[in-house]
Design a protein around this ligand. Sequence first.
Ligand SMILES: Cc1cc2nc3c(=O)[nH]c(=O)nc-3n(C[C@H](O)[C@H](O)[C@H](O)COP(=O)(O)OP(=O)(O)OC[C@H]3O[C@@H](n4cnc5c(N)ncnc54)[C@H](O)[C@@H]3O)c2cc1C
Length: 745
Amino acid sequence: MSPLLEEHRMSSTTLPPATMLTLPADAIRQIQWRFADRFDLQMLVQSARSVARGTVAHMVAAGERNSHEWTPAKNEMLEAFDRAGITAAFMEPEEGGFIAGPKNLALSLAAFELAWVDGGAATASLAGFLALAPIHERGTPEQVMRYKSLSAPPQPGENRKPWRGAFVLTEPIPYVGVDTGMLSGKVRVADWNNGEEPMLQVDKRGRFITNIAFANFVTAAVNSDDPRIKGSCVVILEETDEGTFDHGTATKKLVHQLSSTGDPIFNLKVPASRIVGGYTVKDGVIVPNYNHAEVIEAVFRRTRVAVGLMTAAKLLSAVEPVIRYQRGRFRGAEGAKPGTVRYEQGIQQREDALHRLVDVWATGEAAASLGFAAARLFDELDPIEKQKNAILAERGVSGGRAELKALRQSEARAIELLSLRASDPRRVELAADPLVQFVLKDAEGNVLCPATKLWNTGHGANLMREAVSLMGGYGITEDCPGFLASKWMDAQLEATYEGPEAVQRRQLTVTMTSEVFLAQFRAWTAEMRRIAATHPNTGACTLASAMRMWQWTFDHLQKATDAAGNKLYHGQRQGVTFPLADALCWLLASRCQILDVLELEARSSADAPLAEALPGTLQFLSDLCHTQAAQTAGEVSRICAELVFGYNEHPAWDDEGCKTCFAQAELDELEETMPGIGAFAVDVIASDGSHPQKAGPCADCAGCSDFLHLQNKLCSCLSGSRLAKDRAAETVSKVMIPEALDYPA
Ligand SMILES: Cc1cc2nc3c(=O)[nH]c(=O)nc-3n(C[C@H](O)[C@H](O)[C@H](O)COP(=O)(O)OP(=O)(O)OC[C@H]3O[C@@H](n4cnc5c(N)ncnc54)[C@H](O)[C@@H]3O)c2cc1C
């Protein structure tokens, strides 16, 4: 143990006896991420892991990332996915799959396992699902059956190759990217003979399209260029359709090279039945049942979660290689003999190295907890959404504004439910209402999805840099175990594709203002305080104080104006709304992390094999929660303070600014009746008009004193957080790791 740590250990009276001896095992993760009862998901994790740490790791080690082209080895990886059941994980049993029901958690777990080794491999598997997702979410039953069955791996005895798909939204600049409304892809009526199905002419160019080198079909977003077609839609294009299906040239990516990306060109004639979700004909006009934005929204709100989990996997995968590197750093040197601290501990003698690794680890835990919470939520939401659609259809309500209006009453009931005491008998009735359940989960999902994508990938990419830096020069070489430098760079793509950070922030700035979400947030804050009462070591109290500060700031900014009298919180003012969205993400991640540790404690007590290791693991994971909660509190405090005070003009040494200053003569007079008052006066104007050398008289906190009170409180709430970090660091310095990394470098 490092002398510093030893010193802390001796001086602290709160150190627990239990220490985590090994890295958290699968059994721990299954409980935390809630698939301990899902044997099908455990099997999927094992098979995805064997492909990741076998086929994929060997490909990376052999330099397959060095080519932009789609190589036979990369193709073999797709076949390995098929054999391992990863491809079929998206399908229903009747479509050739093996998991019935919602699959958000399943796909997220598979992506997590693949990204543990290589992000491109994970993307290659996810992109196939992304191509199918528009069809899965909004397709007609015939479309769903056709494309999902064709894309399922062949059953034993079946002689066919599975179809591969690509999702084509992004277009060459200046068209669709972040702004998905700016479509240049066009659809026109090619032929429409009386009584027959119309034939469409589709003209679309894609940019940066994943899976395109080998795609047999694509789902493409297009706008109508014909008065006989209304609006926009997503259309399915097949390789053998009449016309041009040009796979395009490969993009020269610096990241995710195990997936294929390119710029395709399509000019194809297809039947109108390829419009995703179908269409009706009204007054001679083809009206798609869903416009492209409706399809894309349904797709991205689910698929972005798995992307966020890919970065979480990278962070957690960095822990073991960094520990191994740090410990072995001085072995072989003359002075470092076995048994000496230098030999055994290496760089882990140094507190900073340990603390930084604790930060990476804590972030990885929080990111995984947030992402898996979001994935589970969508699994819960999917059947409730279907139920909601059925109820509304029965009432003759369909889509758009009519639906929003119909759900308004359910929103009020949901908010009422959140305000009721646990003992109130009305709770049972409200909680059983499927529409109330829907609006609650929908509001939560609308926030958790962009939060996962934004925080996990954006902040995660920053922390991957930290992980790389912990390996010194080795970190930025191809030889670095765990491929950390590639993962760092790959994380940036995860922050970019499926909508970069601005898109997630923009979405959050709308969804976090939902009354239902805000009511949930208030309930979560109270819940964190209750948790703190029984689990003070998790940092739940610190988090509750930070949540309270966020809420105060949010409310304040709704009414506040800047120095020029302009409204602060509105859509165009990204300088206000975006940072507030960022701060919220920190809070959500920390909350989910704490809840997962509580779940572990609650569920694992019945698990005899875990019993021995549990106290140490719980202590360590709680210390990571506490460390993360303190970081969160710091971020939230910084962001909120800037927003609350930063838009006020700082007083100057002019007439207006000096109104609140003391004149020296006045102060001298007051001193006679109130001795000592001079010591409290900061801004004093001397008789010759001179003043202290600073920007101006200190700003007062008119209307914001509550904020300062909250901030004061938050500071003192940090008590204990560094002790938790010290304890976590000590565990990191001792935890056992396997002799060698379980995949090649
Ligand atoms: C390897 C790879 C694979 C991809 N795979 C696919 C795929 O399979 N299918 C597909 O359709 N697309 C795919 N994409 C495209 C990807 O989704 C887009 O690149 C991404 O959405 C960003 O769009 P853009 O490149 O046009 O960035 P830009 O829109 O030019 O954004 C540049 C910067 O400006 C910011 N910005 C843009 N608009 C705003 C705004 N309104 N407010 C504030 N800031 C803003 C962004 O946040 C970003 O920081 C892929 C991209 C890559 C690199």
